[in-house]
Design a binder for this molecule. Structure first.
Ligand SMILES: [Zn+2]
Ligand SMILES: [Zn+2]
Length: 311
């Protein structure tokens, strides 16, 4: 299995359009080591980069840019895309908006939980992906069950995925308008026939999620501290108010998950997170504990041919 990080930032991206925090100023100025990041997405294939079909995890608002700068996702025929399926981890705007940019008549299989599906069906925009029968084939993920991914015409992709709950929350636009459910926000466990496994839990309020036994774990790196936004005077919200576990603290992901045997990668990084500064103490702390920090374009090989990263 191979994976390409298409976007490694949390909602808002890096820099965020309306943010003048130290990190955002530094990346706008091009200060060394500060790399711009687009919003959360991962491409996964069981095949080779130049011949495999891909499942995307989430469809970010920057999806067209992400495809354009990722050679493996370029068309291989006059009308073609290597993207066969999209799996959504929740219904947040930073994970969904890109769907509506993929409306140029290419059949896609969409894998979502029932509650995320319900939310999507409330948008009239979804019709732009239903111009012909079979353009968007929606299939439901059931928590705890393993699903073999297939393209819109049911051709297996050689990848399986299992959804697990991540103690998330409803998308902001449904808070107070829909009933909360454990299906609102999920993590994903991918496996392929080489035995490789990759977990993706980029938005989770808890470290008590099913991450054991994976070769590679992508984890929620949204905030370094619980009160990161308050300290910077940007918001009254704590990390937990947004259903994210911070990296730091005795119950943070660094303390709780560094013992995992997997290659561990923080992603979905908010622009305020000090790990984005290349020479910060916080960056050094996560690296010293064996974690990597995802960046746009990062390529990962999972399983038997895995050569990169600490085990
Ligand atoms: Zn997000
Ligand atoms: Zn900022």
């Amino acid at each position: 299995m191979r994976a390409i990080v298409l976007g490694s930032a949390a909602g808002g991206g890096f820099p965020q359009w309306n943010c003048g925090c130290g990190n955002c100023v530094a990346v706008r100025k091009g200060r060394p080591g500060f790399e711009p990041r687009t919003q959360d997405s991962l491409a996964v294939t069981a095949g080779a980069l130049n011949t495999g079909t891909f499942a995307l995890v989430n469809a970010s608002p920057e999806i067209l840019l992400q495809i354009q700068r990722t050679r493996a996702l370029w068309p291989r025929a006059p009308r073609h895309s290597p993207i066969s399926a999209i799996v959504l981890t929740n219904g947040d705007m930073d994970h969904v908006l890109g769907l509506f940019s993929l409306r140029e008549s290419w059949p896609l299989a969409l894998y979502v939980t029932a509650s995320v599906r319900e939310g999507l069906e409330q948008s009239a925009f979804i019709r732009t992906l239903r111009r012909f029968e079979g353009q968007l084939v929606v299939r439901e993920l059931i928590l705890g069950e393993t699903t073999e991914l297939a393209d819109a015409s049911n051709e297996p992709m050689g990848l399986s995925v299992r959804a697990f709950p991540t103690a998330g929350k409803l998308p902001v636009h449904f808070v107070g308008k829909a009933t909360e459910s454990p299906e609102d926000s999920i993590g994903l466990s991918f496996t392929d026939n080489t035995g490789g496994s990759l977990a993706y839990a980029a938005a989770t309020a808890s470290a008590d999620v099913a991450l054991e036994g994976h070769d590679v774990v992508f984890f929620d790196g949204t905030f370094f501290r619980e009160d990161e936004l308050r300290r910077l005077g940007l918001s009254k919200s704590l990390a937990k108010d947004m259903a994210h576990i911070p990296i730091d603290g005795e119950n943070g992901s660094l303390a709780r998950l560094s013992k995992l045997g997997a290659r561990k990668i923080y992603t979905h990084i908010n622009n305020t997170n000090p790990i984005l500064a290349p020479d910060s103490d916080e960056r050094r702390a996560v690296e010293a504990a064996g974690w990597e920090v995802a960046y746009d374009g990062m390529e990962i090989t999972v399983g038997s041919s895995d050569v990169g990263g600490p085990k």
